[in-house]
Design a protein around this ligand. Sequence first.
Ligand code: AMP
Length: 429
Amino acid sequence: MSFKSLGLSEALLKAIQKKGYTTPSPIQQKAIPPVLLGADVLASAQTGTGKTAGFTLPLLHLLSENPKEKYRPIRALILTPTRELAAQVYANVREYSEFLDIRSAVIFGGVNQKPQAATIRQGVDVLVATPGRLLDLESQGLLSLKRVEIFVLDEADRMLDMGFLRDIERVMKLMPAKRQNLMFSATFSKDIKKLANGILRDPIQVEATPENTTVDAINQKVYRVAKAKKTALLLKLIIDGQWNQVLVFTRTKHGANNLTKKLVGANIPAAAIHGNKSQGARTKALAGFKSGKVNVLVATDIAARGLDIPLLPHVVNFELPNISEDYVHRIGRTGRAGAKGEALSLVCTEELGYLRDIQKLVGMKIPSETLEDFEPDPNEPTEPAKQGQGRGRNSGGGNSNTRGKGKASSNKSSNNSNRNKSGNSRRSR
Ligand code: AMP
């Protein structure tokens, strides 16, 4: 199948060619036709599958087909959970609309609102936004959503995780009832399905990969290790493997800062990216990472959402996430759009319960090994000391996924895991 056969306009085909894409990815093949037909679409797609182009290309096609008015109201709204994702989606919109008469803008918090308001005042067809700043500018009368024809809710699962449900509901009330709705989510919980019912009308459901499974192209591995030796093991992996671009996940902002300091102390160019960093610092860290000046980017889950780093070869879970779905998001940073990637997890004894839940979610046993001198510490506790640090998860979100209900996974390599019985109760959401 080609992009041309999907019915996209010449101007879009030219932009696609410029990007170097030859074939539409599976989610693009499935999502683009129904969007072009004007249908509401509910898409299950992981990061890295090409989902952004999956909604942006047909959206731009539809907008450019319809006549524009001199005064340009916002006709398409793309809502994303994080600033980074908003910036990334906007960059894509810009690239794909290069040969179209379409104006776009991005707005998010943490930066001065004045330039954003000024851009919108000049007329914008496509607005990419995070919920807070969008509602803020709207309440000041600086933008109107009354003419929105197409609404895209990107990474809906993360939106709920971050407590944006009320904001989404408020945004929906500001748009006309008659509009096309597209909703994308990597994982599908009951809450997501409920949200979809509230937003979408007779949606066409498309799926690029089975629900809640990890991308096949990713080579996953677990290193069982003593907690106190994780930093040394990471250094060894980076140095022995001569890695020059690795994304490392920690569970907390504090952990990210600490690890970054240690890496820099070991002469490995590293930078941290997390919610306490200013937008400028985040942008700089990401730019350094992309350009190769920074070899290791240490990130927390929320900060890492939406980072678009094509062909990222290595992702390391320095700590496993206490929410299994985050594992899927994290490792989706590698093996992007068909490229081969490696996702390694450094797992100490207290994290074995998390590992078990993750394996249930992804439906596979992740191969595990132990390196000499980095063996797990037999005296380590089997439960995490404290819980819920760092993520600042909102209080509202009830957990609705089904983890913990399946049979215990067979466990050849992590023989401590069945000491760790209270899997589900550990997690607060
Ligand atoms: P996304 O899942 O939207 O974050 O996209 C992941 C990466 O795949 C981005 O770097 C895109 O530029 C790239 N990409 C999107 N569509 C295609 C395609 N059809 N062929 C090759 N790369 C693509």
